[in-house]
Every structure is written in structure tokens, then in C-alpha cells.
Design a protein around this ligand. Sequence first.
Ligand SMILES: [Zn+2]
Length: 257
Amino acid sequence: MKFWLAAALCLGLASPAAAASDREPAPAGSFPGAPPQFTKFTADELTRGFLALAFGSDLRIGARPKGVRRFDRPIRAVVVGGGSVDRVPAMQRVLFEYGEKVPNLHLSVGGAVDGAEITVRLIDEKNFGTALEAAFGREVARAFVAKTDPQCMTNVQSDPEGRIIHSESFIIVDKGDDVFLDCAYHELLHAFGLSNHDQRNPWTTLNQNRMVGYLSVYDRALLTLLYDSRLSPGMTRDQVNVALPQVIRSLGLAGPK
Ligand SMILES: [Zn+2]
């Protein structure tokens, strides 16, 4: 036991402390009690987060996508209202924020449901299971719920080259502002292509042990990287790992080490 304790302590000392810095309170409009955020990260902290979140998914149906997934054309998102609390304007504001703050998303909001790149469906919690079954069939929906007990969810369809064809998100509206905002920001990150979760990452809203409810500086940086022209759909982990340092540096996304 002592040996293991000593080894763990050594590891703790040997690995550098997290260098994220410049802590700020949650931005205006966040739900009461929303966590503060760090606003400066090292290139290594951004790279590690990107590699963990842009590859793989714990909500996968069918073949495992091989590389980066993202849209390769302008994105039109439509909000389909529903549920007992009207959150359509609030959901649209979240979308507009993503469109304004993330370069190269080319995001517009509104128009017909048919042909939209992203569909966001607002529902009450009691209808979540039914909505999932309607979208994916009973068997898949039940397997999802049994596996992950999801509160909200997003299905991303992409082609073999990693181009996203369509994303569909289900957001619960009747469990308070905190659940709604957390789901809205979290699920849109999935919809744009950050498909995975990382429960060990203390900065992202894609850590399922955290409730964030706003677009953090960290997640915005990861999405900015995903949509940079030097990255492309289908790129492998190794290719991304080679490309990222230069992209991070040129965009000025990382603070000093
Ligand atoms: Zn998620």
C-alpha cells in the first residue's frame, strides 16, 4: 500500500499543476450558481481537450467514425418549439451566440425544418423517452437510456469522410433554467461535432459531472479549432495532433506556458 501511495504522490508532483489561469465569474445571463471559468489556457491544455472531445462518442450508433467530424458547409439551425415552457427565443439566443463568437461556423437560424443542418427540438422531460423512440426506434432509444440515463441528447449523422450531414438535438425545457441552459450549450457542442465527453476535464461543459450553462472561453476555443480551415473533416488523431500547435499559436488561443 505504501508503495502505491508513494508512487501516486510522485506522479502528483511530477505532473505540472494545471496552468489554466485568469479566473472570471460566470458571464451575465448565466443561471444562479453557474461556475466561474478560467480564461487562459496553455496550448497543451487545449490540445488535450480537443483530442478527447473531437474523437469518439459514448452515444454512437453504427460504425465508429474514424476522424474529425464537422460541417463543411454553412449551417442553418431550426428550433422546433414544444413543451410546457416557451424557450424558443432563449434557444435561438444561444444559437446566435455560437454564430457570433465562433469564426467560420457560418451559422444562420430559422426557416423550414426540411433541409436544416441542425434541428433543435424543445420538449418536456416526460416526453424525452418517446421523442427518442420516434427519432431512433424503440430498441436503440431504450439502449441509450439504459446506458447513459441522458437528460438531453444529440444525434449526429455524418458521412464516411467525416462531414456532418445532419444533427438533431433534444433539449428539456421544464426542469428549470439551469437544466435548460446546461443542455442547450452542451448539446450544441455535440451538434457542431465535439461528440465526446471527458469527465476528467475541469473546463468543458462536455464533462457530464459539471453544469455550466454558458459558452465558456475553453469550449469556444475548441470549437474555433474544429472549424479552422487548416483542420478538415476526416482528419485522424495523429494528423490533428501535428496540426494543432501551429493553429493554436496563429489564432492566439493559448496563453503563455
Ligand atoms: Zn453530452
